[in-house]
Design a binder for this molecule. Structure first.
Ligand SMILES: [Zn+2]
Length: 139
């Protein structure tokens, strides 16, 4: 599967800026690792999410999944890219759980990983997650 049309420099800038902005909303009192994610839909709309941690650690939801669930619950189904911004020293890829959910809902998209200081890395989702689980059960 190939990614949809490439992002323009303007789209990329807007998407990373949205992820950087929503990162400031993260609720991460335990890890203090604040993450922002922004999904670019086919229609040009941007859907953001931040990580929300729980005192019961396993209930924590990452920024990427927050963005996906928000967008899907608003009826958005087609996506082109996701941007993820962290305060780490180098760009941080989505965790395994988020890679699966991104694949489930977005298929092949571009993944733009950035730090707040401006380091960037770009990958396709399939290069980060080459063998996703796909449900083949009853329809
Ligand atoms: Zn995750």
């Amino acid at each position: 599967m190939t990614a949809s049309r490439p992002l323009s420099p303007g789209e990329e800038e807007r998407l990373v800026a949205a992820a950087k902005a929503v990162r400031t909303k993260a609720s991460a009192p335990y890890s203090r690792f604040h993450v922002g994610a922004a999904l670019l839909a086919e229609d040009g709309s941007i859907h953001t999410g931040c990580n929300v941690e729980s005192a019961s650690y396993g209930l924590t939801v990452c920024a990427e999944r927050t963005a996906v669930f928000k967008a899907v619950s608003e009826g958005v189904r087609k996506f082109r890219a996701v941007a993820v911004v962290t305060g780490a020293d180098s760009p941080t890829p989505p965790c395994g759980a988020c890679r699966q959910v991104l694949w489930d809902q977005c298929g092949e998209i571009e993944v733009l990983m950035s730090t707040v200081s401006g380091a960037q890395e770009r990958r396709t989702l399939s290069s980060l997650y080459p063998h996703p689980f796909e449900f083949g059960g009853p329809k």
